[in-house]
Design a protein around this ligand. Structure first.
Ligand code: 5GP
Ligand code: MG
Length: 179
């Protein structure tokens, strides 16, 4: 495993992203929506830097590979608070192709919020399939599969306090172990 973003770098990047959010969104009350499960650690760290009156909600987005190439996305939205008329900040772990955040935003819009903003820990360069401008991005990364700080591989590694790139043999080992 190769460290891509160290614990200290994560702290610096998240502090700086929070400062941008405080500056741009000001003192208007905000509802932060944690996209489970990957953004749980980011949200916990991020909201402790935010200064406006803040409510917290969550939804769960999971994808599974069916018979098609593209995985199908399932949203579980029963944990969402009322969003009508609210200023909402959707927080996800990583913006890869963009399909997940696009679906999440579309669903949130149907709940008639006053404004929707987006924040991600990571944006992967060169992978975007959906045209979408994320309001707040902590780090841009190359096109590699990363784990840690909430991000998993087969449900493991979410607890790592840094972001790392999994190497080929680690992916194989995990696959063998779960077979
Ligand atoms: P998108 O829909 O933007 O292609 O992908 C977003 C989702 O795919 C993320 O929320 C995450 O669950 C998963 N994903 C994409 N790239 C990575 C990666 O490098 N590592 C991990 N662990 N998950 C990823
Ligand atoms: Mg995810």
């Amino acid at each position: 495993m190769k460290t891509l973003i160290s614990q200290a770098e994560l702290e610096t990047g998240i502090t700086s992203m929070s400062a941008d959010i405080n500056k741009q969104l000001g003192s208007t009350p905000l509802t932060v929506i944690c996209v489970l499960t990957g953004s749980i650690i980011l949200v916990a760290d991020l909201i402790r830097h935010l200064e406006m009156p803040l409510r917290l909600g969550a939804l769960s987005a999971s994808s599974y590979k069916g018979n098609t190439d593209r995985s199908e996305l399932t949203l579980d939205t029963h944990l969402l608070p009322k969003l009508k008329g609210q200023h909402v900040l959707i927080v996800d772990d990583i913006f890869d192709t963009g399909h997940t955040l696009n679906e999440v935003i579309k669903h949130i819009q149907t709940l008639q919020p006053a404004a929707v903003y987006t924040a991600v820990l990571l944006q992967k360069n060169g992978r975007q399939e959906i045209e979408l401008d994320i309001d707040f991005v902590a780090f841009e990364i190359p096109d590699e599969f990363v784990v840690g700080y909430g991000l998993d591989y087969q449900d493991l590694y979410r607890n790592l306090p840094y972001v790392a790139v999994l190497e080929e043999h680690e992916i194989r080992q995990a696959t063998d172990a779960s077979a």
